[in-house]
Ligand binder design. Structure first.
Ligand code: AMP
Ligand code: FE
Ligand code: FE
Ligand code: ZN
Length: 277
């Protein structure tokens, strides 16, 4: 079993990079990609633990891209930490988060559900602070029962506490990933907000033309039929299938490493095709 999409306390996961690696090894995962949002701060710790427990750690990140119809996220695999074309842009994206988070806090104040910057940075712990941390503070304050409720009522796209933030265009992000020797993959394609097969085809043609390497065909809650549909689309546009749980620990309490919501199993052989040349 492999898992190519996982978050830690370096971004909006609840478990430390070392803990995620230990949990993955215990779950029988042989290769694990750490893909924290807009940061690679967890990679060194995860790698050190991976070499102890005998697991392959694939360094990565996840980016949110400019896309008006829905959420387009790019999982970037085999991105080596350190200087590089994409690596050098991550700090600006994190500053964009800080700016966005302040605007969300101001809006929550107007909505009568105030939280403070101090509570938020304490909740997050790391350098990449996001909406799940805001949601967790709202749960602590008693405004909502669950993180999901905080998104449904306040933080999701279209809800009163939603604020946009600095994002790269798909072409720019894919180009930077390729120039960094990494492997860009469209994450959880159901969130793209595409309405019909023409829109799907036009989008994948555009992204493949920009140098996209793959799409996530294996993701929690995808039925065998959906998985096969995405795999057929991947093949049609010369893209490779990928997959992962999008594990966030307590921030997504129903999603487990490797198996997702119970029905996920990403085949090992996908990784051979995804490795950079
Ligand atoms: P951000 O990157 O700070 O804008 O927050 C995006 C993150 O919030 C995603 O990576 C998920 O972890 C989480 N998220 C987005 N939408 C939802 C939702 N509807 N319910 C729960 N978590 C969500
Ligand atoms: Fe996340
Ligand atoms: Fe995502
Ligand atoms: Zn993710």
């Amino acid at each position: 079993m492999i898992d190519l999409h996982v978050h830690s306390t370096a971004s909006d996961g609840s478990e430390s990079p070392a803990a995620v690696v230990r949990m993955a090894a215990a779950a029988g995962i042989s290769s694990l990609a750490l893909t924290d949002h807009d940061t690679q701060a967890g990679i060194a710790e995860a790698r050190a633990e991976a070499s102890k427990v005998g697991l392959e750690l694939i360094p990565g990140t996840e980016l949110s891209l400019q896309w008006d119809q829905g959420a387009m996220h790019l999982v970037v695999l085999f991105l080596e930490p350190g200087p590089g074309p994409l690596q050098d842009r991550l700090a600006a994206l994190r500053i964009g988060r800080t700016d966005r988070n302040s605007r969300i806090i101001a809006r929550l104040d107007e909505l009568g559900v105030p939280i403070t910057e101090e509570e938020l940075s304490k909740q997050a712990g790391g350098e990449s602070v996001g909406r799940p941390h805001i949601a967790a503070v709202m749960v602590r304050r008693g405004y909502v029962e669950t993180i999901y409720e905080a998104f449904d009522r306040y933080l999701a796209l279209g809800k009163p506490g939603y604020m946009s933030r600095l994002r790269l265009s798909p072409e720019e992000a894919i180009g930077l990933a390729r120039d960094s020797g990494a492997v860009p993959i469209v994450a959880h394609p159901h969130t793209l907000g595409l309405n019909n097969s023409e829109e799907v085809a036009a989008t994948l043609r555009r992204l493949a033309g920009a140098g996209l390497a793959g799409i996530e065909c294996y993701y929690p809650l995808y039925s065998p039929l959906e998985r096969e549909g995405y795999a057929a689309l991947a093949q049609r546009f010369g893209l490779k299938p990928s997959g992962g749980s999008d594990f966030h620990g307590a921030y997504k309490p129903d999603v487990e490493l490797g198996v997702g919501r119970g029905n996920l199993s990403v085949p090992d052989h996908l990784l051979d095709a995804l490795r950079p040349a």
